[in-house]
Design a protein around this ligand. Structure first.
Ligand SMILES: Nc1nc2c(ncn2[C@@H]2O[C@H](COP(=O)(O)OP(=O)(O)O)[C@@H](O)[C@H]2O)c(=O)[nH]1
Ligand SMILES: [Mg+2]
Length: 344
């Protein structure tokens, strides 16, 4: 399941600082050719615990792609930036809550309003262009696009229709930014990481009014964390009273917002984490591994991660009757270890 997390927000809010630290920290493998993109490993301690037990030749975390928004001086949404960010699955709006060396004051709510307006203007251009150019558009599609024109030109974010899944698919080709799931990251100063942060409070309240989840990170600290070895990082985070790195918080918030979960395959060759939708049945999850496994699905041997950790061996689990055999209707649970039986 390809997941691209696009970092957006006003210029100078800390997107690139955050992008660089996230990609440093998570052993970003390959960066997108010429694009500000990086494959980032999804942190999951369970996978490494499985790897300790199975000692496989290869351990493969799930990955997500992070996309930094190209900057254009002081303006945030340049045409290039808009084009990049339209390809993202989910938008993460970075909001400046730190004192900037040459920008005046800290006004997160006004910044969020400004950025929202920019998003809506960018989408309005697409919507108007589409309505003008496409003379022979399907009537239903036209009515969907028309229903967006008024809220976008009024700048009324909450009046943007939510559409059902089918209609969303119809509209997906337009890459409308306002229809993408959006999460908010308040980039707060270091001294506000512990205790109360008034600016985060404001961000949270605004985000809530838009039905968006919000977290607080300090991009500066994330950048410092990214420079450290895993052990040093743990110590530094304990000192600062940070439980989870920004990367972990961000990815788990994206998974939650998009209704995603993790399952594992484990053996002597490879231990691997996979991403699938919450509610996915076994064949659909198998399809994440390979389409043959979905097509030729027969059954799955299943054990939940926590149950597996009580015996730490698939053979022992089998003897104890803990390894279940499930069919096509089985709904995969977060942390399941699956062995797919298939025939093509
Ligand atoms: N004090 C402080 N400065 C930051 C923080 N994050 C970013 N900056 C600074 O703000 C400026 C803009 O950051 P940058 O990441 O380039 O912003 P972008 O335009 O959103 O990509 C740079 O000078 C950063 O060093 C932070 O958490 N605290
Ligand atoms: Mg930047």
């Amino acid at each position: 399941m390809a997941l691209t997390i696009g970092l957006t927000g006003l210029a100078q809010s800390g997107k690139t600082t955050l992008f660089n630290s996230l990609t440093n920290m998570a052993n970003a493998s390959e960066t997108g050719k010429g694009r500000p993109m990086a494959h980032v490993q999804v942190p999951d301690a369970r996978l490494w615990a499985l790897s300790e037990i199975f000692k496989p030749k290869k351990t493969t975390p799930a990955t997500v792609d992070f996309l930094d928004m190209p900057s254009g001086g002081t303006s945030s949404l340049t045409p290039q930036a808009v084009a990049e960010i339209r390809t993202a699955t989910v938008l993460v709006e970075v909001v400046r809550c730190f004192e900037h060396p040459y920008l005046e004051g800290v006004s997160p709510v006004a910044d969020m309003e400004n950025f929202e307006t920019e998003l809506m203007l960018a989408d309005l251009k697409v919507v108007e262009g589409k309505l003008e150019r496409a003379k022979k558009m399907d009537a239903h599609e036209r009515s969907l696009i028309e229903s967006l024109a008024a809220p976008l030109s009024d700048g009324d974010y909450n009046a943007i229709p939510t559409f059902n899944e089918e209609d969303r698919k119809l509209l997906s080709g337009l890459g409308l930014l306002c229809l993408k799931p959006c999460l908010v990251v308040a980039n707060i100063p270091e001294h506000e990481l512990t205790g109360e942060s008034a600016s985060f409070h404001q961000v949270q309240e605004y985000a809530q009014s838009r039905n968006m989840p919000a977290i607080a990170v300090c991009a500066d600290i994330e950048a410092q964390l990214a420079e450290l070895s895993d052990e040093d990082r743990t110590v530094f985070m304990e000192d600062l009273n940070i439980e989870k790195s920004g990367l972990e918080q961000l990815i788990s918030m994206c998974y939650k917002r998009l209704g995603l979960q993790t399952f594992f395959t484990a053996g002597d060759d490879e231990c691997r984490a996979w991403t699938t939708a919450i509610g996915a049945k076994a064949p659909e999850a198998a399809g994440e591994i390979h389409s043959d496994l979905q097509r030729g699905f027969i059954r799955a041997e299943v054990i939940g991660y926590d149950t597996f950790m009580t015996c730490k061996s698939l053979n022992v689990a089998k003897d104890k009757g803990l390894l279940r055999v499930e069919g096509k209707e089985y709904v995969v649970q977060d942390g399941d270890i699956l062995n797919i039986r298939f025939n093509v």
